[in-house]
Design a protein around this ligand. Structure first.
Ligand code: NAP
Ligand code: GDD
Length: 330
C-alpha cells in the first residue's frame, strides 16, 4: 500500500480519463481525480459508474478554473504523476463558447502548472495536447509531426497551442517534468455521441433499426487519422515513464474522409449511406481543419509505442455497443 504510485487525473470522467483510470488501477496505482458538479448527479461519474472502478478511485469536486481546489488537492496528495485531460473538447462547440473553451483549455493549464510548481514540484505532468493545433499546416510529404508548424483553425486549437507552449516553458524555466502528448483523434464506445465517429455509428444503427430516417452531418470531405482511446492512454503513461520530459505525436498514420467513414459504417450494416446521409449547414464550422495524418515515428522509436487496435476493430466495437444498447431497451 505504501509503495503504491499516485496518479492525479483531471477530466477523469471523460473518455480518456475513464480508460486511463482503469489502466493505472490495473498497474497498481492509487488514482485520484476531480469531477465537476452537475445538477444531474448520475452525469458526474457516468463512465466511471459503468466500470465499477468507482470504489478504487478517490474523486473530489474540483475544476481547473478553480485554483483553490487544485492547490488543496495537490498539496495533500502530492501525486507522482498528473494527467491534465480536462477540456472543453468539442472543436465545433468551441466556436459557440470560445471564452469558456479558452478559460478551461488554456488558463486551466496555467492554473495546473502554477499549482504543481508551488505544491507538488516533483510530480510529472502530462498535458493533453492535440493534432487540432496543426490546423492548416501539413508537411510536404502529407504528414504532421513534432516539427510541423502550428496554424490552428479554431478557438479550441488556439487554446491548445497556448497550453502546449506554456508546458514547454515551465519545463525549461522551472526544470519541471512537463510533457505534451500531441494526440490525433481517438475514439471508442465511450466517445461522446456528438463527435463524428460515434454520431455516424449510432445513427446508422438507429436507421437500421427503423428508429431514425436520416443522418445530418457537416463537412464530409475533411480527413482524420483515427485511433482507439485505449491505445492512446497507454502512450500517455509511456510519455511520463520516459527518462526526460518531451513532446510526442501519437497517431496511426492512416487517414480517411468522413465520407469514407460513412461508407464503411453503413456498408457493415448492409445500408447504402448515400440514401441516408444529408448535409446540414449548422454542423459546418466557420473554419475547417481539412486534413490530418500523423507521423508517430518518434513515439514508436523512443517509447516503443504502437497502436494495437485496428480501425476496423474499433468501428465494430462501437457498432456492437449501439446494437446491444438498443437490444437491451426493447
Ligand atoms: P472528453 O470525453 O470530453 O472529457 C473531457 C473531460 O474534461 C470531461 O470529464 C469534462 O467534465 C472535463 N472538464 C471539462 N471542463 C473542465 C473543467 N473546467 N475542470 C475540470 N474538468 C473539466 O474528452 P476526451 O476525448 O477524453 O479527451 C481528453 C483530453 O484529450 C481533452 O483535453 C481533449 O481536448 C484532449 N484530446 C482529445 C483527443 C480525442 O480525439 N479524444 C485528441 C487530442 C486531444 P464534464 O463531463 O463535467 O464536462
Ligand atoms: N462532430 C461532428 N459532427 N463532426 C462532423 C460532423 C458532425 O455532424 N459532420 C462532419 N464532421 C467533421 C468535422 O467537420 C471534422 O472535420 C471531422 O468530422 C471530425 O470532427 P469531430 O469528430 O468533432 O472531431 P475533431 O477532429 O473536430 O476534434 C477531435 O479531435 C481532436 C484531435 O484532432 C476532438 O476529440 C478534439 O478534442 C481533439 O483534440
Amino acid at each position: 500500500m505504501f509503495n503504491m504510485k499516485k496518479a492525479f487525473i483531471t477530466g477523469i470522467g471523460g473518455q480518456d480519463g475513464s480508460y486511463l483510470s482503469e489502466y493505472l488501477i490495473n498497474k497498481n496505482y492509487k488514482v485520484y481525480g476531480i469531477i465537476r458538479r452537475n445538477s444531474v448527479v448520475e452525469h458526474q461519474k457516468n463512465r466511471l459508474e459503468n466500470l465499477n472502478i468507482n470504489k478504487k478511485i478517490e474523486l473530489s469536486y474540483g475544476d481547473v478554473e478553480d485554483r483553490t481546489s487544485l492547490d488543496n488537492l495537490l498539496k495533500k496528495i502530492k501525486p507522482d504523476e498528473i494527467y491534465n485531460l480536462a477540456a472543453q473538447s468539442h472543436v465545433r462547440i468551441s466556436f459557440d463558447v470560445p471564452e469558456y473553451t479558452i478559460k478551461t483549455n488554456a488558463l486551466g493549464v496555467f492554473n495546473m502548472l502554477e499549482s504543481l510548481r508551488f505544491n507538488s514540484p516533483k510530480s510529472k505532468f502530462y498535458q493533453a495536447s492535440s493534432s487540432e493545433m496543426f490546423g492548416r499546416s501539413v508537411d510536404k510529404n502529407g504528414y504532421q509531426r513534432e516539427t510541423t508548424k502550428f496554424e490552428p483553425t479554431s478557438p479550441y486549437g488556439c487554446a491548445k497551442v497556448f497550453a502546449f507552449n506554456l508546458v514547454k516553458h515551465y519545463r525549461h524555466a522551472y526544470k519541471l517534468f512537463c510533457a505534451n502528448g500531441i494526440l490525433f483523434n481517438h475514439e471508442s464506445s465511450r466517445r461522446g455521441s456528438n463527435f463524428v465517429t460515434n454520431k455516424v455509428i449510432k445513427s446508422a444503427v438507429e436507421i437500421k433499426l427503423g428508429i431514425k430516417k436520416k443522418l445530418y452531418l457537416g463537412n464530409l470531405d475533411s480527413f482524420r487519422d483515427w485511433g482507439h482511446s485505449k491505445d492512446y492512454i497507454r502512450a500517455m503513461h509511456l510519455i511520463l515513464k520516459h527518462n526526460k520530459p518531451d513532446d510526442f505525436v501519437i497517431a496511426t498514420g492512416q487517414t480517411r474522409s468522413i465520407r469514407q467513414l460513412c461508407k464503411i459504417v453503413f456498408d457493415n450494416l448492409n445500408l447504402d449511406y448515400k440514401k441516408y446521409v444529408k448535409q446540414q449547414k449548422k454542423f459546418l464550422r466557420p473554419e475547417e481543419l481539412k486534413y490530418l495524418k500523423g507521423d508517430s515515428s518518434k513515439a514508436r522509436k523512443v517509447l516503443n509505442w504502437k497502436p494495437e487496435i485496428s480501425f476496423e476493430q474499433m468501428i465494430n466495437e462501437m457498432t456492437d455497443f449501439w446494437i446491444k444498447y438498443y437490444n437491451k431497451k426493447t
